[in-house]
Design a protein around this ligand. Structure first.
Ligand SMILES: [Zn+2]
Length: 194
């Protein structure tokens, strides 16, 4: 929730998404905030990944275990919690698929890319076609071409996903995200067979 809290040490007011008391500099207990807010990044699909990494590294430095030696038990606990929350948020936002899922969830759309009830025949056919082409490839050269095609399909899907978020077309975004997760999965399989 985006509400103020009070510093456990000096009773100073702590605004939402702030982790250190501005008056006494003590670490505050972690609050429930979404991954974007936690990292201080705007809630968008199109992220500047370098900016994301900078935000992450900056925060991670604040709660680095090296600082623990000077901290009380309470502060170590908060610090450890925050550090792992920040880590997890960064991993999630750094991947297109999980970033889209986080965004969809924020829009109230339950999206698990592994949704087994997914039966969009057009998408499934497309995926199958790519898979067959790879299986029928006769040498590693052809397999590499097939992977290149798959890569451009992945790029296209990410572009489409970005457009659908901009248009606030979340049902389409959900579908595209499932497609993307299928494509990424077969990419992993293809690479194993190279
Ligand atoms: Zn304080």
């Amino acid at each position: 929730m985006s509400t103020n809290s009070v510093c456990w040490n000096c009773q100073n007011i702590i605004p939402p998404n702030v982790f250190l008391c501005q008056k006494c500099n003590k670490i505050q207990p972690p609050k429930q905030v979404n991954e974007f807010k936690l990292l201080g990044i705007s809630e968008e699909f199109d992220l500047d990944l370098e900016e994301l990494e900078d935000a992450y590294l900056k925060l991670q430095q604040l709660f680095h275990p090296d600082k623990y030696s000077q901290l009380s038990e309470k502060e170590i606990k908060y610090s450890t919690l925050l550090s792992s929350m920040i880590n997890e948020a960064y991993q999630k936002l750094n991947s297109s698929i999980s970033r889209a899922s986080v965004l969809l969830q924020l829009k109230g759309i339950n999206s698990h890319p592994e949704d087994s009830s997914f039966n969009d025949s057009q998408v499934l056919e497309e995926v199958m076609e790519i898979q067959n082409e790879f299986l029928e490839a006769e040498d590693s050269e052809q397999k590499k071409i097939s992977i290149q095609k798959l890569n451009s399909r992945i790029t296209e899907t990410i572009d489409d996903l970005s457009i659908s978020f901009k248009k606030q077309d979340y049902e389409i975004a959900k579908k595209l995200n499932i497609k993307l997760s299928y494509l990424e999965k077969i990419k992993v399989n293809f690479k194993k067979q190279l």
